[in-house]
Every structure is written in C-alpha cells, then in structure tokens.
Design a protein around this ligand. Structure first.
Ligand code: SF4
Length: 305
C-alpha cells in the first residue's frame, strides 16, 4: 500500500492514535485491514455505559435512578450500539456478571454524585464530537467532558474505568489528552448539530479515574471499610508551547503510521488479552500472501482450516 492509499483508508480518530501507540500490528488490523475484534470485554462495555450515564446526569437527570439509568445505558451498549454484533466475553454466567456490573456502577455513580465538586461543576460539553486539522490532516474524536469548576477554572476530563489506576507520570505525555486540548484551542465541536469554534486554552486537563469512587469492602492499611479508594483526579496542564510540541509529535507519529510495515508489540504483555490475537496468530510475515491463501484453500478442502 502506498502512503496515500493508507491515508485514504485510515480515519484519524483519537482511537487510531491510541491503537497505533499500543501496537502497530493491531493498528494495521483495525484501521487499515478494517478487521473487527473477535470479542469485547465486559469492562469495556461497562466503561462505555458509565460514560453515557455521566453525560445524562449533567444533562438534567442529576437526581435520576442510577440503577435504571445504568441499565438503559448498558442495554444500549450491549444490544443497540455500533458494536452490538461483536460478542462479549463474559467470565461466567452472563446474568450474574451483569448484576455485578450494575452494583459496581451504582457504587461509582452514587459517590460521583455525592461530591460537591461534581454537583456544582458547570458542564460545558459532554460526550462532544470534535474535528481539528493538524498539518493539513483532519483528526476527529469525542471529548468526554469539559467543565467549569466552582473556582472558575475550566478543565477537560477523560473518564477512565480501567481496573488499574493510570500512571500519574504518564499523564503529561498522554497523546490523547494533548489531542483534545489541541482541538479545543484550534478545532471545532459539534454542538446541537452546529460546528462551533470554542478557542479555549484550558486551565487543566486530566483523567477522572472512576474506580477511585469504589469503596473498600475490607480493611486495608490506612483505610477503613467503606472508605473510597482515592481521589479520582490525575491532572496536568497544556500550555501553548505544549500544544506546539504536540503538533511536532503528531508529524513524527504520522510519518511512521503511513509506512507499510508494522511490528507486533509482543513486549508489552498486551497480547495475552488482545482481542486481535486470533488475527495475529494467523499472520505469517515470512510467507507471501498469495501462497498463504492457497495453503488456506487446500486446508479448507481437507476440512483442516
Ligand atoms: S496479539 Fe499482540 S502483537 Fe498481535 S495485535 Fe494483539 S497486541 Fe499486537
């Protein structure tokens, strides 16, 4: 594939960059070959459902029934979203697993709602689409939340619900956060069907780690039963100089992304839980594609493929 063909094939979304940085091979499968993952993890579906409920809370349903809101959001993610046809890899009995997700969601959302800093924040944008040109390439994506805090500061938050707390020291270099901050300064947001230019330089950007609102069920050193696991905020700042440095970083990443060779990231340990592992195992870079296809056909005839 030529550089132009690759550029014509990929969509420059925040998820494209994220996948590229995680594993170049996965980036090829997902964004160039347009292959779908073999499965979805319940945790990913849970995170997407929580995002929806958080947007609804700030859109006028602050006092809503959390279990009912979460159930509606989860059902949407499971049965009506763009990915509804991709099976979910449940660990055990589906109903039991879903009940656990609901209990966890209510615990997180109740504690989110109990905080003055959330109740009193003025949410300017939630789950809002953006588009921004960088070096004549158009990047698109979705920003979780931009809020005006009671002290007047404006901050961008990316909600995370992974099991592990994101690394504090990695946040200043998080390329997705830089892309969001860049889009708010130089790009456009889709608000009520109209593209607007917010031209915002934020006071802070950061991760809102939702599992910080989970509570300890057992006593651990320094914490009592019922205590929350910790502050959900992991913040950094993005100055104009940082945004310029980000533009340079994008140039470097893009020049590598459009070269037609891709290296599996087997060093990170991500392969063991990768939803593209089946595609990855099937690849064989040392055998030409035509020869591999012929071998597959022969195996199929022998009922061995
Ligand atoms: S299995 Fe490993 S190398 Fe292959 S796509 Fe997934 S993360 Fe990348």
């Amino acid at each position: 594939m030529t550089k132009q063909e690759i550029l014509d094939t990929i969509e420059l979304r925040q998820s494209t960059l994220k996948t590229w940085l995680n594993c170049a091979m996965m980036y090829k499968f997902r964004h160039i070959d347009k292959l779908e993952p073999s499965f979805r993890y319940p945790g990913t579906v849970h995170g997407s459902a929580l995002h929806l409920v958080l947007a609804w809370l700030h859109e006028g349903q602050w006092k809503g029934d959390l279990r009912a809101l979460y159930t509606k959001a989860l059902n949407y993610q499971l049965y009506a979203s763009e990915e509804e046809h991709i099976p979910v890899r449940w660990k055990g009995d589906q109903e039991t697993e879903i009940e656990k997700l609901k209990l966890n969601a209510v615990e997180i959302l109740e504690n989110y709602r109990s905080k003055d800093y959330n109740r009193d924040a003025l949410v300017l944008f939630a789950e809002v689409q953006f588009r921004v040109n960088i070096l004549s390439y158009s990047f698109t994506g979705t920003i979780d939340q931009v809020r005006k805090n009671p002290d007047g500061t404006v901050e961008l938050l990316d909600f995370k619900s992974s099991q592990m707390r994101p690394n504090y020291y990695a946040i200043p270099n998080d390329i997705q956060l830089s892309l969001y901050a860049y889009a708010l300064k130089y790009g456009q947001l889709l608000v009520d069907g109209i593209w607007v230019k917010p031209n915002m330089l934020l006071d802070s950007v950061g991760i809102y780690f939702l599992r910080g609102h989970e509570i300890y069920k057992r006593k651990v050193p320094g914490k009592e039963v019922g205590d929350e696991k910790g502050s959900p905020f992991i913040r950094t700042t993005k100055t104009i100089q940082d945004l310029r440095a980000f533009r340079t970083e994008i140039r470097h990443q893009l020049s590598a992304m459009v070269k037609p060779w891709y290296y599996p990231n087997t060093a990170s340990g991500a392969c063991s839980y990768c939803s593209y592992a089946e595609h990855c195992i099937a690849r064989n870079d040392t055998i030409p594609e035509k020869q591999a296809d012929e071998a597959q056909l022969l195996l199929a005839e022998l009922n061995m493929a």
